[in-house]
Design a protein around this ligand. Structure first.
Ligand code: ADP
Ligand code: MG
Length: 324
């Protein structure tokens, strides 16, 4: 398609430029410079229309979210983002759609000084793959496999909003006014916790981002680390919008199992706890202590005001869209 040359020109013109990009869009390869004394962190995520985002999602959201989920993975590793590349499959050329897409693409890259350094554009079903690269000082990357019994478990921001936003869009939940707008916005425009990720590097023991829901993602830490955990459901951070829209019980269920929040879940030992809270306050990030890592490998003990809490997944309650 000749129009695709136009699109490529868009990508080449807009967005943030960095000094460490020696050769950007327009040649066969991008060439970049990794700072001395830093390691490279690399991640990639694909979003397919109708699978990872609603087929009628705004173009701005599609691009924004694709960048956000990749920056979120870098954040979960404690890496500072630097470059992204984009492989885009488009069914047809729609000028208005592309305009909005480019707007959404460059919002977070502008904010975090990330440069789009290349990609590919093809005709096909609507889908996009972004690869993001960032820097992390040697041996400070945050992993899933390094939680220790006794560690405190924290989560940034609020949980459950994005899942509720999706259910509102799909007509499964009633909401109105500001709460509705807020929750839908959390679904369409998630916040990657970039500052939190780098702030956690030297203090947290383990970290993961919440893409598939707190229980699912915390379980990755537990399995990776050979540990268990106690989580106090009544301490999970939920927004007043979520609480007011669905009530406490449903809010907890969203917080436990809805995906796409892209908050960070991390663990820290008693000794580092004070340092960690200080560095997060300095980074202006809210973080809530929700429980503790235990030595009971594979056991996730959920508590509601100290009573055992059962997460009934088969209550005819399907909030998730679909995750790959
Ligand atoms: P090639 O045939 O060498 O792959 P392309 O025509 O696919 O060249 O791309 C030309 C230039 O435009 C390359 O530098 C490539 O990285 C860039 N580019 C193509 N599509 C995208 C995109 N979706 N996002 C960013 N850069 C792109
Ligand atoms: Mg190409």
């Amino acid at each position: 398609m000749k129009e695709f040359d136009l699109i490529k020109r868009y990508f080449a013109q807009g967005g943030h430029t960095r000094k460490d990009v020696l050769l950007g869009i327009g040649d066969d390869c991008a060439v970049t410079k990794v700072p001395e004394n830093q390691h490279l962190a690399i991640t990639t995520d694909t979003l397919i229309s109708g699978v990872h985002f609603l087929a009628d999602a705004p173009a701005r959201s599609v691009a924004y979210k694709a960048v956000a989920v990749n920056l979120s993975d870098l954040a979960a590793a404690g890496a500072e983002p630097a470059w992204i590349s984009l492989s885009l499959s488009l069914p047809s050329y729609d000028q208005a759609w592309v305009d909005e897409f480019v707007k959404g693409l460059f919002e977070l890259t502008e904010y975090y000084s990330v440069q789009l350094i290349g990609g590919d554009t093809v005709t096909g079903p609507l889908a996009l793959t972004i690869t993001a690269q960032g820097f992390v000082p040697p041996n400070t990357e945050l992993r899933r496999s390094t939680a220790k019994p006794g560690d405190w478990i924290y989560v940034t921001g609020n949980l459950g909003d994005a899942g509720a936003g999706l259910d509102i869009l799909q007509g499964k939940v009633e909401a109105s006014g500001e709460d509705r707008d807020y929750l839908i916005n959390r679904h369409y425009y998630p916040t990657p916790r970039v500052m939190a990720g780098t702030a956690l590097r030297r203090t947290a023991n383990a970290c993961i981002d919440v893409s598939d829901g707190l229980v699912a993602d915390l379980t990755h830490i537990l399995n990776g680390s050979g540990c268990g955990a106690t989580v106090h459901v009544d301490r999970l951070p939920v927004s007043s919008a979520l609480f007011d829209t669905v009530g406490a019980q449903q809010a907890y269920r969203y917080a436990l199992s809805a995906g796409d929040d892209y908050e960070l879940v991390f663990t820290v030992n008693e000794e580092q706890r004070g340092n960690l809270e200080t560095s997060l306050t300095n980074a202006n990030v809210k973080a809530t202590c929700i429980g503790q890592i235990t030595g009971y490998a594979g056991q996730l003990d959920l508590r509601l005001y100290d009573a055992r809490y059962e997460l009934d997944d088969d209550a005819g309650y399907e909030h998730r869209f679909k995750h790959g």
